[in-house]
Design a protein around this ligand. Sequence first.
Ligand code: ADP
Ligand code: TMP
Length: 240
Amino acid sequence: MKTREVIYEGKAKKMYRTDDENVLFVEYLDQVTALNGARKDEMIGKAELNNGISSFIFAWLQKQKIESHFLSKEGKTEQLVKKLEMIPLEIVLRNVAAGSFSKRFGIAQGTAIANPIIEFYYKADELDDPFINDDHVHYFSIATKEELATIRQMTLAINEKLQELFDLADLKLVDFKIEVGRTSEGTIVLADEISPDTCRLWDKKTNESLDKDVYRKKTGDLLAVYREVAKRLATIQEDK
Ligand code: ADP
Ligand code: TMP
């Protein structure tokens, strides 16, 4: 299946073309970045952890009827996924104030948000992924009104399922970022990855961060906390 032609190298993954034009081979990288790539470090073992965690979550979501690009986990650091026409949005959902939300609006980190807030960022490295609203999405023809409504609905459904999953692992889902794309039939499905790189996960009892914030804030050992998330998820039975 795999051919070795790299079609894209990002900050966390390399994407390869395969002999099936509708399928991509994804290789996770032992690399961690912050500040849109301005800070970058090699971390041996991160690729295996992210691939393991993201594959587990996508497989679990598929069982919960959340459609996605995920086809299979291949090696320790690789996956096969459906090739999509990506919608250039970073879709963020917040259950609890933290990160840029706390900073932008002056809301104390840890403040609960009763009705989850969805935010859109235009995925464009050269512009530093600016915060945009629905009107910008339409103005720039990123997605239609109907597609945006679908994306909002999907994001809320994914939040419910992820909250259930992480709760089983004694983790609170503070916020997360997802990406979506269109299949060859034009259906919008979940893509990219879901891992402690893309979610804020706090221990349910202590509120300790078990996610990339330990790297962003230089407060802990990234590999150790990702291993802890992987260990907790591994205790959850696949059939739950
Ligand atoms: P970044 O581009 O932000 O540095 P990554 O290193 O994670 O991120 O690279 C993965 C790239 O692949 C991202 O640009 C993402 O939008 C894209 N991508 C994720 N899933 C798919 C898919 N199923 N089809 C096509 N592109 C995808
Ligand atoms: P933020 O508080 O920095 O806006 O981040 C919100 C969530 O989105 C958090 O879980 C981290 C995730 N995220 C990404 O996955 N990629 C990004 O480039 C950014 C800025 C945030």
